[in-house]
Design a protein around this ligand. Structure first.
Ligand SMILES: *Cc1c(COP(=O)(O)O)cnc(C)c1O
Length: 391
């Protein structure tokens, strides 16, 4: 007989999902109501309003896609890219590669701007690509590359795209709620995020936002959007304004309660305070790791607070350490991805998981696991180094 599933209680300090607070989990357990219930529609409007705040935008077309971050990515590309369109795709990690796939699957031509994994998007290369190619429709890039821990200069890249009359498409899955992000001020045209990173809501929803310019492009397409589910023209019948909503799909009602609660928490904390909290705990974690003799992969000037790539010391068994953290401390950290597999660990400090308690737990647990493996790290100093940042 199969019985109820009871997951263990973990501390989630990987690349996402991050710890979901009890307050958000409690919201999720509230009674399911109809997706066209007037009370539910009121809550949908509040979610849109809260998302506008999180994205720092007045964009009318701001809403959660009922599917994970990858669907938000696809929603941006499938609505904006038509056959023959040229899109500059900046790649400096895993997710830029997925953008290329999206452009090509919708019949576009991806003009690649490659940077090393661990480096930010080089804006001079983007400029060169814009100079070398006529009629580029959009510039696409990842703001916070979760595979490496790099933050690229979204403000500068979007300004450059505008200068050349192009749209900008921005992956903000890991940056939303964790790093400075200002959609309107920076002139971002299409942006998608996820709920399970710095918003600390359960996975499965992707907030998106489209500027007026992007919306005009979608509405004047020559061909219908090839995806029925992600076609913004159709989704707007359900998520658009006014009391009249038409059935498009059954919204994930309870998951949206959770997102609503997580966004209320973000509003209560204040967006800039949330950014500052991520930066503070990052500084403490970094101080602790470096005092042990561990090295971070990414340069300080483009390093994300919420995703810390740690170089695995020579001779240390990557999987054994992560296994020990999980079994002895119920602590999850992430493995390296793509070309960085086996070379780095990814320690997330995202949303509700971004706390002093978690920083201290992680430093202690990692030190003990490394010592158990016979790694030569400096012991007994990390706690004090991190504490010094807090005091
Ligand atoms: C996690 C992530 C995604 C994909 O989100 P899913 O919810 O896993 O589909 C896309 N881009 C970046 C930068 C991410 O970190």
């Amino acid at each position: 007989m199969i019985r109820s599933f009871n997951p263990p209680v973990r501390t989630l300090m990987g690349p996402g999902p991050s710890d979901v607070s009890p307050r958000v989990l409690a919201a999720m357990a509230r009674p399911t109501i109809g997706h066209l219930d007037p009370k539910f529609i009121q809550m949908m409007d509040e979610i849109k309003q809260l998302l506008k705040y999180a994205f720092q935008t007045e964009n009318e077309l701001t809403m959660p896609v009922s599917a994970p971050g990858s669907a938000g990515m696809e929603a941006c590309f499938v609505n904006l890219v038509e056959s023959g369109d040229k899109v500059i795709v900046c790649q400096n990690g895993v997710f830029g590669g997925r953008m290329k796939e999206n452009v090509e699957r919708f019949g576009g031509e991806a003009i690649m701007v490659q940077d090393e994994w661990g480096a930010p998007v080089d804006i001079t290369k983007v400029k060169a690509a814009l100079e070398a190619n006529e009629g580029v429709k959009a510039v696409a890039f990842v703001h916070a590359e979760t595979s490496t821990g790099v933050c690229s200069d979204a403000k500068a890249i979007c300004a450059l795209a505008r200068e050349y009359g192009c749209l900008s498409i921005v992956d903000a899955v890991t940056s939303l709620g964790g790093s400075e992000l200002r959609v309107d001020e920076w002139g971002i045209d299409a942006i998608y995020s996820g709920t399970q990173k710095c918003l600390s809501a359960p996975p499965g929803i992707s907030p998106v936002s489209f500027s007026k310019r992007a919306t005009d492009v979608i509405q004047s397409r020559k061909t219908p959007v090839p995806s029925w589910f992600l076609d913004k023209n159709l989704v707007m019948g359900y998520w658009g304004g006014g009391a009249k909503r038409a059935y498009h799909h059954t919204a994930p009602v309870n998951t949206l309660y959770a997102l609503h609660e997580a966004l209320v928490m973000l509003q209560d904390e204040g967006l800039e305070n949330a950014w500052a909290r991520h930066a503070k705990h990052h500084r403490a974690l970094k101080a602790g790791l470096e005092s042990m003799g561990l090295e971070l992969l990414v340069d300080e000037n483009c390093r994300l607070s919420q995703l810390n790539s740690v170089v695995i010391p020579e001779g240390v068994d990557d999987a054994a350490i992560r296994g020990q953290l999980l079994s002895d401390y119920s602590l999850e950290i992430g493995a390296g991805l793509g070309t960085l597999a086996g070379k780095t660990w990814r320690i997330g400090l995202m949303g509700s998981a971004c706390t002093q308690r978690n920083v201290m737990l992680c430093l202690t647990a990692l030190e003990n696991a490394l010592v158990a493996q016979g790694a030569s790290v400096k012991t007994g100093v990390a706690g004090a180094a991190a504490t010094a940042v807090y005091s």
